[in-house]
Design a protein around this ligand. Structure first.
Ligand code: PBG
Length: 323
């Protein structure tokens, strides 16, 4: 036999030499859940090891992550029902706790990259990403609100905005508002191909943000669709997105590869809450080796073509490679 592929697998050193994909702590954005107050901390029941923290404890968490080499954070606030309304007004109230927290994080750690989510659901009494009227999600009226939210987040110091709402035209609208207000350097990581997925369940538990009525299928994409992701990618690119994101990651590796092959923009993937929960739960039961399953999943996301990975595993990954 002339060709024996096993020769390139014969030792750890050779295997590492021919490794085609390498993960790094630099690939990650770590999502963090924020609550109001101080010295407040509660674990998300369906996400063992992931906490909602008040700002003081979040600052400690960020400091630890920076030492481990994780330098980008996506901050998601959890609001009580009493602060939610139809128009998600709290999302752009300059005195609200999450905007103050962004300012504080950037003041304490200017080198940290802060990303935010642009969508109405955490602040909406309807639990939808857009404005609801007579059971319908209004697209263009929602853009007005998203624009105010995006501007407030940029004013607070966010480096990257992540429109996760899936309204048509939102990237262009947000870009225009940012530019007109002097925020030309604030980036947009668009949730380009965001599917209507069961894998967001634990996240909605964390923020208590599940829709009060109906589902998100009139704005999030149908899991059956592939080519439609190219339509979204084309629009986001024309509208000025700096990154294109696919979400969830693991059930959509083909879509990550599709966008990677059709775009010159950096591709991000969101390894979502349900994907985290499944590995943790099976690990707790002793049914799989959770650490190896984590590493294999993260590697597969990178191999599929994502250069940026949003993952609740970010810190754990950094701890493992540091050892
Ligand atoms: C809000 C938003 C969601 C996620 C990120 N931003 C939930 C949703 O769209 O219902 C999900 C993240 C995760 O599951 O980890 N629009």
């Amino acid at each position: 036999m002339n060709r024996r592929p096993r020769r390139n697998r014969k030792s750890q050193v050779i295997r590492e030499m021919v490794e085609e994909t390498r993960l790094s702590t630099k690939d990650f954005i770590f999502p963090l859940f924020l609550i109001e107050g101080s010295r407040q901390r509660s674990e998300v029941a369906s996400m063992p090891g992931i906490y909602r923290n008040s700002l003081d404890l979040m600052l400690k968490e960020i400091e630890e992550c920076l030492h481990l080499g994780i330098k980008a954070f996506d901050i998601f606030p959890a609001y009580p029902d009493s602060k939610k309304d139809k128009f998600a007004t709290e999302s752009y109230n300059p005195d609200t706790f999450y905007l103050k927290a962004i300012r504080e994080v950037k003041a304490r750690f200017p080198e940290a990259v802060v990303m935010t989510d642009v969508a109405m659901d955490p602040y909406s009494s309807d639990g939808h990403d857009g404005l609801v009227e007579n059971g319908k999600i209004l697209n263009d009226e929602t853009l007005e609100i998203l624009g105010k939210m995006a501007l407030a987040q940029a004013q607070a110091g966010a480096d990257i905005l992540g429109p996760s709402d899936m309204m048509d035209g939102r990237v262009g609208h947000i870009r225009q508002i940012l530019d007109r207000n002097g925020f030309k350097d604030v980036s947009i990581m668009s949730y380009t191909a965001k599917y209507a997925s069961a894998f967001y369940g634990p996240f909605r538990d964390a923020l208590d943000s599940a829709p009060k009525m109906g589902d998100k299928k009139t704005y999030q994409m149908d899991p059956a669709n592939y080519k439609e992701a190219l339509i979204e990618a084309e629009l986001d690119t024309l509208e000025g997105a700096d990154f294109l994101m696919v979400k969830p990651a693991l059930a959509y590796l083909d879509v990550i590869r599709l966008l990677k092959d059709h775009s010159n923009l950096p591709i991000a993937a969101y390894n979502v809450s349900g994907e985290y929960a499944m590995i943790k739960a099976a690990g707790e039961k002793g049914w799989i080796d959770p650490q190896r399953a984590m590493l294999e999943s993260l590697l597969s996301i990178k191999r599929a073509g994502a250069s940026v990975i949003l993952s609740y595993f970010a810190k754990e990954y950094a701890e493992i490679v540091k050892k």
